[in-house]
Design a protein around this ligand. Structure first.
Ligand SMILES: Cc1cc2nc3c(=O)[nH]c(=O)nc-3n(C[C@H](O)[C@H](O)[C@H](O)COP(=O)(O)O)c2cc1C
Ligand code: SF4
Length: 627
């Protein structure tokens, strides 16, 4: 396969065509130091077979951004340990050098998109920044870093940008002036670290999105200039700094798969150096077809490798089906970084916890019964069987996946099916004894005489006891999603949480429906990713969904509901009411199991309170791994 072929970059041979792009991880210390968490994460990626790893956003100055820092010689040792752990697995390390030009005087004015800084920074300060970046590159080389990547976003991209750069001096105006800093930086780095290949994160501003990079129509010329200046490789990606992370890190269903491949292909035609790209590539067949079509030379996998760091090794072993594919939910990765937490994938319990979570073979083989075939049950069965236990899984339904089968129905959510497919494939291929279509009882379990029972019976949608809730117009949001109940016309969705919003979006996509959301709280869609929220709200506006926040429903009548808002009584007409106020854990009796000294652990939604897929996967993984 082309994916597994080596490729030369400068004086380095990369062992294959798969790379990990720059990602802020949040694993570093507050002072930007490399921690054991960073080392464990990057080493795990290297072990999975990727040819090189870009260490995201390494700062050459003591900036306030939460990224790794290499502005002082004392920091070399941390990077050295990191490089050693990556090199151990025959993988190359790249430092992604970025600078936001963090000078105290302009710090207050520094907008998210840098629009003040880029226009105010003096030529002397720019030269100073180049010096600092060169010194950082020298330190990186001493630490054992193989390649330097210039971050063509941030300051470099702002200077290139026709949107952000309003300067009248030699750094503004013409393309030559706007790219002067970038090209000077390349030339200075070539002198500072001779022989070290230079990669350039080539951020492109497309007519649709992005601010902080080069315009698409200018990109081919700039790419050629970079090559002439000595750049050895281009990493072509969507330019950032629009205030909407969804532009560069698109969540499910918003951008097409491989959304930057064709743009990268246009630029590749103009240069003779290797080109990589990134963005919504999950599937090895698709990745291979991109290389076969000669659109790019190297495939970048960001979130895909968080979900499954063994992607390359599984491709090598021809085990495509075994790959756990990212679902572009942005929950554990992007949302966490935005909320100042660290990267952790909702589907891969080990991501971010590489030091502490590892599946170890059990010393004694045990009989483990899992009750429930939703995400928690499936993950528990997967982990328990990988440990070498005999695993039996019961589900009262004849299909697996539990609530994920509902979660994938609303608009754009279809990509969740990749999670169902992976978990189902795992239990089937690992020979878990599946007993479907059977509601299991304690008596059945006692007959099996298991060593451990993992209870994963999930949760159920709550129908609150409101005056009139037994009216035939009242429906259950889960049943609407699974097709068991149908509604039309004027529909009031009660509850503006995630399920309420999703069911409202599902219902408003039928143009004849008129949908309202009634929420007690002061806002809807709490907990939704910032990368998804704008699309959701636009859809509500487009389909005239009426949103009533701070409204408490007191009564349901056959053609209206009575709500209370600020001590006023509000009447909202409707043909149907759809209940989406939340879910409650399902019960499962375990007293007899405990009396018989059988280990019982509740996992997922039935454990304490109904929660999300991350809780399902992590509680299941931990419980199964402890057996
Ligand atoms: C959590 C997260 C943090 C990221 N941080 C950075 C960053 O610091 N610098 C950067 O250039 N790109 C960053 N990116 C963008 C990635 O490099 C990549 O372009 C993007 O995730 C799309 O690729 P994917 O679909 O394979 O994940 C980040 C992406 C994610 C998911
Ligand atoms: S949290 Fe979601 S988007 Fe992020 S890597 Fe995991 S599956 Fe992909």
């Amino acid at each position: 396969m082309k994916l597994l072929e080596s490729i030369n970059v400068g004086n380095i041979t990369l062992k294959n065509r798969v790379m990990f792009p720059p990602l802020t991880t949040g694993y570093e210390g507050r002072d930007g130091s490399i921690t054991t968490q960073s080392i464990s994460f990057y080493e795990r990626l290297a072990k999975g077979g990727v040819s090189y790893i870009v260490i995201g956003d390494v700062s050459p100055i003591n900036s306030f951004s939460p990224t790794p820092k290499l502005y002082d010689d004392s920091q070399i040792i941390g990077f050295n340990k990191l490089c050693d752990s990556i090199h151990k697995h025959d993988c190359d390390a790249i430092n992604n050098l970025f600078t936001s030009g963090d000078m105290k005087a302009v710090r207050e004015k520094l907008h998210h998109d840098m629009k003040h800084f880029v226009n105010e920074v003096s030529e002397d300060a720019l030269n100073d920044i180049i010096n600092k970046m060169c010194n950082c590159a020298i330190r990186a080389q001493k630490a054992g870093v193989d390649i330097i990547q210039i971050h063509g976003d941030r300051l470099v991209g702002s200077l290139c940008s026709t949107i952000l750069n309003k300067r009248n001096d030699k750094f503004g105006g013409t393309l030559e002036n706007r790219t002067r800093f970038a090209l000077q930086l390349v030339k200075s780095l070539k002198k500072a670290v001779p022989g070290m290949p230079i990669d350039y994160k080539f951020s492109v501003v497309t007519p649709e999105r992005g601010k902080c990079g080069i315009d698409l129509n200018e990109a081919p010329i700039f790419a050629k200039w970079l090559e002439e200046a000595g750049v050895d490789m281009l990493h072509i990606a969507q330019a950032n700094h629009t205030g909407n992370m969804a532009d560069t890190i698109p969540p499910m269903g918003i951008q097409p798969y491989g959304f930057f491949v064709d743009i990268a292909a246009q630029i590749k035609k103009e240069v003779n150096i290797p080109v990589s790209t990134v963005g919504r590539i999950f599937n090895p067949k698709m990745a291979e077809s991109i290389l076969e079509a000669d659109k790019v030379d190297i495939i970048g996998l960001g979130r895909t490798l968080l979900t499954d760091p063994d992607w390359v090794n599984k491709v090598k072993d021809n085990k495509f089906e075994d790959i756990r594919q990212c679902i572009s939910c942005n929950k554990g990765c992007t949302d966490n970084i935005q909320n100042r937490k660290f990267l952790s994938c909702v589907l891969n319990a080990e991501n971010g916890y590489e030091e502490t979570r590892k599946i170890t073979k059990a010393i004694t083989k045990k009989k483990v019964v899992v009750v429930g075939g939703g995400p928690a049950g499936l993950e528990a069965a997967r982990v328990a069987s990988l440990k070498g236990h005999d695993v039996i899984l019961f589900d009262e339904n004849t299909s697996l996946g539990g609530q994920l089968n509902l979660a994938c129905i609303p608009p754009r959510k279809n990509e969740i099916k990749r999670a169902i497919k992976f978990l189902t494939h795992s239990v089937c291929s690992q020979n878990v004894d599946l007993r479907l279509g059977k509601k299991v009882t304690q008596k059945d379990l006692l007959t099996l005489n298991p060593d451990a029972v993992l209870v994963a019976v999930g949760a159920s949608n709550v129908i609150p006891n409101i005056n009139g809730s037994n009216n035939p117009i009242v429906c259950d949001s889960w049943k609407i999603l699974n097709g068991e109940q149908q509604v039309f016309g004027n529909i009031a969705v009660i509850g503006g949480g995630m399920v309420g919003c999703e069911v409202a979006e599902y219902l408003c996509s039928e143009s004849k429906n008129k949908v309202s959301i009634i929420e007690m709280d002061n806002s809807i869609a709490k907990g939704e990713s910032n990368t998804i929220l704008p699309t959701l709200m636009n859809n509500f506006t487009k389909h005239n969904v009426k949103i009533y926040t701070n409204h408490k429903v007191n009564e349901i009548h056959k053609d209206y509901i009575l709500c209370e808002n600020d001590n006023n009584e509000i009447k909202i007409p409707c043909d149907y009411v759809v209940m989406a106020i939340g879910a409650r854990p399902n019960e499962f009796d375990v007293d007899k199991l405990l009396e018989n000294n059988i280990k019982v652990v509740k996992i997922g939604d039935c454990k304490d309170k109904a929660s999300d897929i991350e809780n399902a996967i992590k509680t299941a993984y931990d419980a199964a791994n402890e057996i």
